[in-house]
Design a protein around this ligand. Structure first.
Ligand code: CO
Length: 211
């Protein structure tokens, strides 16, 4: 059996298991999705949103990219954000990074990853530059790496709040709260590192006053 054929076989077994436990399961899910959460996570195969939070299909709307970035020119991310916030009306947005993130590690080097990856990783280098004093004071490379993972999550939360999508929802509907979390590959535990409740004020430079 080819490796990908195993996935199709497992899918059949999974679907059968779901229907055996609840004959209406797929019918109900096919009618409507009302997730309470938007998850912006890393593409890393070891950090699957549903599995590590023990949630089911229908509970979390998911966007993943390398190093869980919120880049203002990323139409993909912004479309997901707008749909989740303005239409699905999620109550919480979670940016979840993870210790040991390869994207963060790569951004800490001076290696040329060629154009597209260089472009993406430059956004992480900008986070480093913003927090250079704190990061350069870390006692060793490992703690610096861990701290950059945490600070990157914090900055991506801030990037979300700079969008009119979030600011409009905060003004009109007092949601969503935005959470910055970091998952530990070594212990499976999520560490909440930063939070911005709906309505929190940020640098006025970024606040729209005519939403
Ligand atoms: Co990663």
């Amino acid at each position: 059996m080819k490796t990908y054929e195993r996935l199709l076989l497992e899918n059949k077994a999974w679907a059968k298991g779901k229907v055996d436990g609840d004959p209406e399961y797929f019918h109900r899910l096919s009618q409507l999705q009302t997730p309470e959460f938007l998850w912006i996570g890393c593409s890393d195969s070891r950090v699957p949103a549903n599995e590590i939070t023990n949630t089911q299909p229908g509970e979390i709307f998911v966007h993943r990219n390398v190093a869980n970035m919120v880049v203002h020119t990323d139409v993909n991310l912004l479309s997901v954000l707008d749909f989740a916030v303005s239409h699905l009306k999620v109550k919480h947005v979670i940016v979840c990074g993870h210790y040991g993130c390869g994207g963060i590690k790569a951004a800490m080097t001076n290696h040329d990853y060629k154009q597209v990856l260089n472009m993406w990783l430059r956004n992480i280098k900008d986070v480093y530059r913003l927090h250079r004093t704190e990061l350069d004071a870390c006692p060793d490379e490992e703690s610096k790496f861990d701290r950059l993972v945490e600070l990157n999550v914090k900055e991506q939360v801030m990037h979300l709040v700079k969008t009119s999508i979030i600011q409009r929802a905060w003004k009109n509907e007092q949601r969503p709260d935005i959470h910055g979390w970091v998952y530990g590959l070594k212990d499976g535990i999520i560490n909440p590192v930063f939070e911005m409740k709906a309505g929190t004020h940020i640098d006025p430079l970024y606040e729209y006053d005519d939403l």
